[in-house]
Design a protein around this ligand. Structure first.
Ligand code: DGY
Length: 325
């Protein structure tokens, strides 16, 4: 008897090679035109699917999961962050959740480093000067930014990405500091030459650049609150390539408006894809469209991970990247 292939509903367009492989292995229902699914469509999807493959643009909350059909047993997220999935509700319904950690670490760290360089060295402003045909030639006092070498970098969240940022920043001559839920192993601290700050408040008050690299969870929502942002030095910069929700965006804007911070580099926002228009106008702010992990290689690796998670699960085993809440 021919076994029925599991119905896999994929909410967004994925790289062709990933989709082809999924179609070979599963009864894959693809989103060819890549329009993000509405809530109604998501509800239809969780009713129909054996496995759902969502991305961070899908809100898989309790009200969506409440409508899930009896077949839905796995949510194999295409991405590492899982703050868009109600894990508690999934667990209550016996639905396993997996993600794609590890394969976007280096790319996201590269983009973080790019912002750490771009904001203090005014790279985007420089490009705009040329593009606007406004450059009048080299001058001793034109386009001055701030040196990175010798500056203190405070990393909020010393997981995989935080560590990869630390390695890069070390090579640029920055001194590495970090705050994390738990202190990392002394060998790793040694390798990264990183100083641990148990108090986030104290670290914020001493750094020249802060890089946000922790996941968004209920515990980290607005971790960088208005009160904490005010602890930062006026000449300091803040970089966020994690999740917009970790940072109180309106508070950040107020501080930038008042000149209480030197600048910001943001790849993520509180209400993506909406961007506060005030941010767009600020010269000392570099904004990117959530592209930290956006490399062809990274997306293929993510697809590969999703497929391995699904295959392992179908074969009756725990997916290697099962999320434990
Ligand atoms: C993720 O996987 O969570 C990333 O934010 C995608 O870029």
């Amino acid at each position: 008897m021919v076994q029925k292939k599991p119905v896999v509903i994929v909410t967004r367009k994925l790289p062709d090679a990933v989709e082809t492989r999924m179609m070979e292995l599963f009864d894959a229902r693809l989103n060819v035109d890549d329009t993000p699914m509405s809530k109604t469509e998501l509800i239809e999807a969780v009713k129909e699917a054996d496995i759902l493959v969502p991305t961070l643009t899908d809100r898989i909350d309790a009200s969506v999961l409440a409508q899930s059909g009896p077949n839905l047993r796995l949510i194999a997220n295409f991405g590492t962050g899982i703050d868009h999935i109600d894990l508690k509700s999934a667990r209550q319904r016996g639905i396993t959740v997996s993600n794609t950690p590890g394969v976007l670490t280096e790319d996201t760290a590269d983009m973080t480093m790019a912002l750490i360089l771009a904001v203090p060295r005014r790279i985007v402003e420089g490009v705009q000067l040329i593009e606007g045909d406004e450059w009048e030639g080299w001058a001793p006092t034109s386009m001055l930014g701030h040196r990175i070498n010798g500056k203190r970098l405070g990393i909020v969240g010393m997981g995989r990405i935080g560590q990869a940022v630390a390695r890069r920043a070390q090579a640029f001559g920055m001194s590495i500091h970090y705050h994390n839920q738990h202190r990392v192993h002394p060998d790793l601290e040694n390798e990264l030459q990183a100083t641990y700050w148990e108090s986030l408040d104290q670290m914020l008050a001493r750094m020249d650049v802060i890089s946000v690299n922790c996941p968004h969870t209920p515990a980290t929502y607005h971790l960088l609150s208005a009160r904490r942002l005010k602890l930062m030095q006026k000449h300091a910069y803040i970089i966020n390539t994690a999740r917009g929700e970790v940072l109180d965006e309106p508070a950040l804007i107020r501080m930038l408006e008042k000149g209480d911070l030197a600048g910001a580099g943001l790849d993520v926002f509180e209400n993506e894809p909406a961007i506060n228009p005030k941010l767009r106008k600020m010269k000392n702010v570099v904004l990117l469209p959530h592209m930290g992990s956006a490399t062809i290689e990274g997306r293929l690796d993510m697809g590969e991970k999703v497929i391995i998670n699904m295959k392992t699960f179908i074969d009756g085993h725990t997916p290697p990247d099962r999320v434990i809440d």
